[in-house]
Design a binder for this molecule. Structure first.
Ligand SMILES: [Zn+2]
Length: 366
């Protein structure tokens, strides 16, 4: 699927699922005669998906240290969900926790303050580990992208970050010899980024379709090839997503147990926001209308690029997930979308300037 800015649909005009809010531009979506989307049709109730607090406590108890300084690591990006996960590990599970933040160079100042505040209030030790792979990738990626906008290449704005994160995770796990790592992942979002290329049920076919799809994108827009490290990083990162890498990861750190909190407990936004604002004195990034994913400038940028090419953002996906789980009504979701999807022009101007990339105006892509 190749959507360019010139075909960009108006978010208000999009045909949307009558049950959730996913729009017609969502990759691989299909609607039935009642306008119910294909994602809603295969959705199972949340209690069937969640592993439960009991399972979480059993798992955590296996790793509780009797003598050591720490029981576990918590991956703290400074975003809403990871900050809540840290709170949960310390206050609800009573774990001696070492928090760590991967600094990829694009964390807003407000987020750094939130991290300092939360670790201080919770009495948690905190380490920051930097990697420079995102900083090396983002500017040349974006410079190529703006010349020929393509929705399926937006996820590559995170190029280098996934790789950097994994390297840091393994480094931290080995350095501190703590096999348990709790994160704020598992929230009700999908990952439509790879669905642009294929949704085949076979992993091998999906991987082949992905490589083929990326190849076509690189031929369509050879500007990505001006920096040979970009395509190379794409290949390496996606190898991590498929079984061979999982196998390698187990070899590197066989005891590593990664716990996405919201695969175990319900994603209760009201409780998350209550804890953050009342107990941890959390503040939002000034340019982000939404509290979710306000911990990284790249995620805001990606939403702007999705909006430009598809007329929707990751918020449409998250909010549709919340509606599907009965956590908010469809009407409330629509109102949330109108609010959360506002991305200030000033943010884009400043961020493009920071990266040294010229902003192209909407128009026929070439
Ligand atoms: Zn739906």
């Amino acid at each position: 699927m190749h959507v360019t800015a010139s075909d960009a649909p108006d978010p208000g005009e999009l045909r949307r699922c009558s049950r959730c809010l996913l729009p017609e531009t969502y990759p691989q979506i299909a609607f039935d005669e009642n306008d119910v989307c294909s994602v809603c049709r295969v959705h199972r109730p949340q209690h069937e998906e969640l592993l439960g607090e009991e399972a979480l406590r059993r798992l955590v108890d296996l790793h509780r240290s009797r003598s050591g300084k720490y029981d576990c690591l918590t991956a703290l990006s400074g975003g809403r969900d990871s900050t809540y996960a840290l709170y949960y590990a310390v206050r609800k599970l009573g774990l001696k926790t070492l928090a760590f933040t991967v600094d990829q160079g694009f964390i807003p100042a407000e987020t750094w303050e939130n991290i300092a505040q939360a670790t201080r209030i919770l009495g948690v030790e905190h380490v920051v580990i930097k990697h420079r792979l995102s900083q090396k990738s983002l500017a040349p990626m974006l410079r190529a992208w703006v010349k020929r906008p393509s929705a399926s290449m937006v996820s590559f704005m995170c190029l280098g970050c996934r790789l950097g994160m994994r390297k840091v995770f393994l480094q931290v796990a080995r350095q501190y010899a703590l096999p348990l790592c709790i994160s704020g992942a598992g929230e009700p979002e999908g990952s439509f980024a790879t669905a642009f290329f294929s949704t085949h049920s076979s992993r091998l076919r999906r991987m082949l379709a992905l490589f083929g799809g990326i190849g076509v994108e690189l031929l369509r827009n050879p500007r990505y090839l001006l920096h040979p490290a970009l395509p190379w990083r794409m290949v390496v990162e996606f190898l991590y997503e498929y079984p061979p890498a999982g196998f390698i990861r187990r070899l590197v750190s066989p005891r590593w147990e990664y716990v996405p909190l919201f695969r175990y407990i319900p994603y209760d936004e009201n409780e998350i926001m209550r804890v953050l604002t009342e107990e941890l004195k959390w503040q939002k990034y000034r340019y982000s209308a939404a509290a979710w994913r306000a911990d990284c400038k790249i995620s805001l940028l990606k939403n702007a690029l999705y909006q430009q090419t598809l007329g929707f953002t990751k918020h449409d996906e998250l909010i549709s997930g919340l509606i599907r789980r009965g956590l908010i009504s469809r009407e409330a979701g629509l109102a949330r979308l109108a609010h959360d999807n506002q991305i200030p022009e000033q943010f884009l101007d400043e961020f493009f300037a920071e990266l040294g990339v010229r902003r192209e105006h909407r128009g026929p892509a070439g």
